[in-house]
Design a protein around this ligand. Structure first.
Ligand SMILES: [Zn+2]
Ligand SMILES: [Zn+2]
Length: 88
């Protein structure tokens, strides 16, 4: 599960200069809502994701595509079981 990953992303339509921002969970396809534009060209997204475990990264994609961090969080079990194996 990657439900603990949150994206903070920005879209931009370079042909007309419009842009916007969005916050959404991982593995979602955010919608710019910029469908009425008369200008040609693709709307591009660029965003950064962060997980509650502290991992983070970034990515880019075209409008309508799904943003996927590819992050498989390994910390979920460890949160309940903080086993400090090495103590000084
Ligand atoms: Zn536009
Ligand atoms: Zn994580």
């Amino acid at each position: 599960m990657t439900a603990d990953v949150t994206w903070e992303a920005r879209w931009e339509h370079s042909e007309c200069g419009a842009s916007g921002e969005a916050l959404f969970p991982d593995e979602h396809a955010p919608d710019s809502g910029h469908d009425d534009c008369a200008e040609p060209g693709e709307i591009g997204w660029y965003g950064q994701w962060a997980c509650i475990c502290g991992a983070e990264g970034d990515g880019d994609w075209e409008d309508g595509d799904t943003a996927d961090s590819g992050h498989e969080c390994a910390d979920e079990d460890e949160l309940d079981d903080e086993d400090e194996g090495v103590a000084a």
